[in-house]
Design a protein around this ligand. Sequence first.
Ligand SMILES: Cc1cc2nc3c(=O)[nH]c(=O)nc-3n(C[C@H](O)[C@H](O)[C@H](O)COP(=O)(O)OP(=O)(O)OC[C@H]3O[C@@H](n4cnc5c(N)ncnc54)[C@H](O)[C@@H]3O)c2cc1C
Length: 396
Amino acid sequence: METSKKINLLHERQIAIVGGGPGGLALARLLQLEGANVKVYERDANQKARIQGAIVDLHYHSGLKVLEEAGLMDAFKIRYMQGADRFRVVDQRANILLDDFIQSGRYTFGDEHFRPEIDRGALRDILIDSLLPGTVIWDSQLITLNFSNDRWEMQFRNGTFASSDLVIGCEGYRSRIREYLTDIKSVYTGAAIIQGEIDDPKTACPEIDHMFNNGNLMAMGQEKMLTVQPRGDGGLTFYAAAMYPENWEKISGINFNNPEEVCGYLINFYNGWHPAFHQLFKACSHFTYRPLNYHPLKLRWQTRSNITILGDAAHLMPPNGEGVNLAMLDALDLSNCLTSGAYQNIEAALKAYEEMMFARAYPISEETVAGIKDFASPNEESIQKLIQIFSGNENV
Ligand SMILES: Cc1cc2nc3c(=O)[nH]c(=O)nc-3n(C[C@H](O)[C@H](O)[C@H](O)COP(=O)(O)OP(=O)(O)OC[C@H]3O[C@@H](n4cnc5c(N)ncnc54)[C@H](O)[C@@H]3O)c2cc1C
């Protein structure tokens, strides 16, 4: 009887994952579970070098599924932020349009509608702590890549070098490795976010603290949008989205390093809004301007035999609550393709992965980009539509 022999594509091969975000770290974990030889090269100086951002919600069919496959659900259940998945939608005068807080606790683990939130730093810690010691090489910002003698030579900003057989770019929206696959650049969507961080909302902006109550607060009105989210350390992050011309950061005349100037701009822009929102801007001492770009996915690249990308590096899109989930799902698909034994060689495995990744990301990206104005500058009609969706009316 003929027996099929599993092909071990990664035998005696070194794999370099560049970028230790949720996508890269999930991939490292999944590959290590299969016995692969993996290193993660990460730009940050160390694990605690910076606040990773606000919370992210993981979904049943993507982020949570990956954690399950990675054997990390128990760790997640210890660290997730219970109740932070609740949300409240208010208008510009802080009148409640939709309140999910009263329904809090209606879903739990095992229910496909449950979208538990976790602080990004906590998610990163769970993934890093699951790796073999010494897997993450910190302070390793990739600057160039050269292919010689059948290996990739990587050079890092700190002056060090490393080499590997297979390189996987997981370094997010400014991916260097992407340039080795395609020259298709990211495109501006027409919208941008001004992000603010507040460490102690309880004293710095108590009205907002009371309003968002450690859940998600979305304020919409006068074709403006403002989102407030808790951080795991008791702080909050807010996102003030709007449609702006390209390069507005440079042409606006606003110095984004000067919090008073940015605050003055926001108070003026949100003129007529409830004073609690102005208190929020005044409480903020650090703002970041984030233009929202995307990668057009209609055009694809030719699969290569020893290099690929995943997550934002492959399919940057405006925030839609899917980015972390998609990056982790890419990691699962790529790990499965490389270790299932179903493909004759690495190139065939990478091709199969890239097809899955494109097929999944393309429609989501198209829909998000098409709806960018509803997100950044919602009119009455789009607010009503959004409320219907949040209320659970799937037909809208
Ligand atoms: C304002 C905003 C809000 C968002 N909210 C959500 C949300 O609620 N839910 C959600 O699912 N998604 C959200 N997203 C999207 C989400 O953040 C990304 O899709 C997700 O983080 C992508 O994961 P990644 O692993 O591909 O890349 P990243 O998370 O970007 O990680 C990349 C890593 O690579 C490192 N790196 C970068 N360059 C180099 C280099 N040259 N060499 C070595 N290392 C490098 C970085 O330090 C980083 O650790 C949001 C995005 C934005 C902008």
